[in-house]
Design a protein around this ligand. Structure first.
Ligand code: HEM
Length: 80
């Protein structure tokens, strides 16, 4: 079933040539779990960059836009 769906998609999107370009790379000694760390690092970096932008836009910028002399909210306001 899966292969029939794949064949159907491939006949339209030419996935096999893309798959060959992206995945068919000879690796001396064969594939290994150690190669996961590069993409895991990339994922963690992108996650930090994206969540950092949200933190800056939703927390840091509103906090810095307070009128001069404004006191930070008491800790109780944050539910502590
Ligand atoms: C933000 C930091 C980094 C990112 C996002 C990153 C990402 C990647 C990715 C995606 C790959 C290909 C997949 C893999 O083999 O894991 C790779 C391969 C590699 N990386 Fe990094 N890398 C980073 C830092 C480093 C550092 C600091 C070193 C060495 C001091 C390094 C050395 C290598 C080497 C030698 C390979 C080739 C491995 C092989 O094909 O045998 N990388 N990296």
């Amino acid at each position: 079933m899966t292969s029939r769906i794949y064949e159907w998609l491939d006949s339209r999107l030419k996935l096999k040539s893309l798959e060959k370009t992206l995945l068919d790379e000879p690796i001396p000694g064969g594939a290994s779990w150690i190669y996961v760390f590069g993409s895991a690092t990339l994922f963690l970096f992108l996650l930090q960059a994206i969540t950092g932008m949200f933190l800056a836009a939703l927390v840091l910028v509103p906090f810095c836009r307070q009128p001069p002399g404004a006191q930070p909210p008491p800790p109780e306001a944050a539910g502590h």
